[in-house]
Design a protein around this ligand. Structure first.
Ligand SMILES: C[S@@+](CC[C@H](N)C(=O)[O-])C[C@H]1O[C@@H](n2cnc3c(N)ncnc32)[C@H](O)[C@@H]1O
Length: 241
């Protein structure tokens, strides 16, 4: 399937919530999120802010998104993905690109006792939440296509579910490899799976179809291991630098 199909699919699968509109903040106060918000003191403190401040409204909106994101990390697919990432990380310093609210970075850093953990993303709201939630890691706004780090800055560079968001994935991969001392670990949805889950693949933010063939062509002759089977919902690739 080509990009046209993705574009078609994106007309059908709408993102659940846009980021900044107050009205959307209200509509997202569903029976799921609201009682949870009330129970969590720290979030309740964040929500009690002047509603006139646009930045605060954005933050609240993102916090509501976070509940969905964190709920997603409990799915079987994500539990397996996280376990596999953990298994493959060997470094003592880790950069996650596309870290969103920092869940994966924190998971890896705490389970592996990593000394230096840094996350970057382009989304201000997610970074804001990540900084609040995980003060032991550092978070910056940066673009995968031009990372503000010198060569070989981190033992491990993680690219979980971000390459498919980039229209120049080869350039992005080279940039990640430049920063890494030991390894780059990538995860992607698996569009080669028979009857793959469309909600994981055909979403408006994705720029290309993550099939086995496409991934092979991206990797070229880089030294790598591919960990996935055709009946899994994700692929995981480790590149040795
Ligand atoms: C699907 S989320 C992945 C979150 C997390 N890494 C995971 O695996 O669950 C993709 C993230 O990549 C970020 N992103 C997209 N393009 C980016 C870019 N060019 N540079 C840095 N981050 C980017 C998005 O803002 C988003 O938070």
């Amino acid at each position: 399937m080509g990009q046209t199909s993705i574009q078609k699919a994106s007309n059908i699968i709408k993102p659940r919530m846009k980021k900044t509109q107050p009205l959307e903040v209200c509509t997202s106060l569903t029976s799921y999120t609201f009682p949870r918000l009330l129970r969590l003191k720290s979030y309740w403190r964040l929500i009690r802010v002047p509603l006139t401040s646009r930045k605060r409204l954005e933050a609240v909106s993102h916090i509501l998104n976070v509940f969905d994101l964190e709920k997603d990390y409990k799915t079987k697919r994500n539990r397996e993905r996280l376990a596999k990432i953990l298994d493959l990380v060997t470094g003592n310093s880790v950069l996650e690109v596309g870290c969103a609210t920092g869940y994966i970075l924190n998971y890896v850093a705490s389970k592996k006792n990593i000394q230096e953990s840094v996350g970057v993303d382009l989304n201000d709201g997610r970074l804001w939440v990540a900084k609040k939630k995980y003060p032991n890691s550092k978070f910056y706004k940066a673009d995968l296509l031009s990372l503000p780090f010198s060569d070989k800055s981190f033992d491990t560079v993680l690219l979980p579910e971000i390459l498919e968001h980039i229209s120049q994935p080869k350039k992005a991969l080279d940039e990640a490899i430049r920063i890494a001392k030991r390894e780059v670990i990538i995860t992607l949805p698996n569009a080669s799976k028979e009857n793959y889950d469309k909600s994981l693949v055909e979403i408006s933010e994705h720029k290309w179809y993550p099939t086995e063939e496409k991934v092979k062509s991206l990797l070229g002759n880089k030294k790598h291991e591919v960990h996935f089977t055709s009946n899994q919902d994700f692929m995981i690739i480790k590149i040795f630098v």
